[in-house]
Design a protein around this ligand. Structure first.
Ligand SMILES: [Zn+2]
Length: 160
């Protein structure tokens, strides 16, 4: 389905029945490394971030793709994981999807104490919650629902 009101730019050029590699990269630099696709046909998309608009555009791209399409997602972990969740909703799963996270981008850390989300650009193992100033230890557990890594109080035993 293509609406006449849609801009003719990014994201609308995927042919029906496309078989090949869809490379989606995120980030403001545009120098995201995407692997060689061995001569397979390739469809490149680049976005600054996984915004709601971006994800809905990706959803329409993924929905129009067929079995046999491979998907490569590259960029900051938060963005590519959000895109991966959209891909999963569209039935692209497992070995069809390759995630290439760049660990240099900001992370979002969810605080279980005050339920706020802190943007962390330091990549340290501990961050200070912007909501309640608790020192949070950052876990590897990423919540797709919250779009953030879960933190926990790093010094809970001392705070008592
Ligand atoms: Zn907090």
């Amino acid at each position: 389905m293509r609406s006449a009101s849609m801009p003719p730019t990014a994201g609308t050029g995927l042919e029906p029945g496309f078989r090949g590699v869809i490379c989606v990269s995120f980030g403001s630099t545009g120098d995201t490394a995407v692997p060689d696709t061995d001569g397979q046909s390739r469809f490149d998309l680049h976005f600054e971030a996984a915004t709601a608009d971006t994800l809905s555009e990706l959803s329409s791209v993924f929905s129009s793709s067929r079995v046999g399409v491979r998907l490569v997602l590259a960029g900051p972990p938060t963005d590519i994981r959000a895109a991966a969740a959209v891909a999963a909703d569209c039935g692209l799963v497992g070995e069809e999807v390759t995630l290439l996270p760049q660990e240099t981008g900001p992370r979002f850390i969810y605080c279980p104490h005050c339920l706020s989300t802190t943007i962390d650009e330091t990549a340290d193992t501990e961050v200070k919650c912007q909501g309640c100033a608790t020192t949070l230890a950052v876990t590897d557990h990423f919540s797709r629902r919250r779009g953030a890594y879960l933190g926990y109080s790093a010094h809970a035993e001392e705070a008592a």
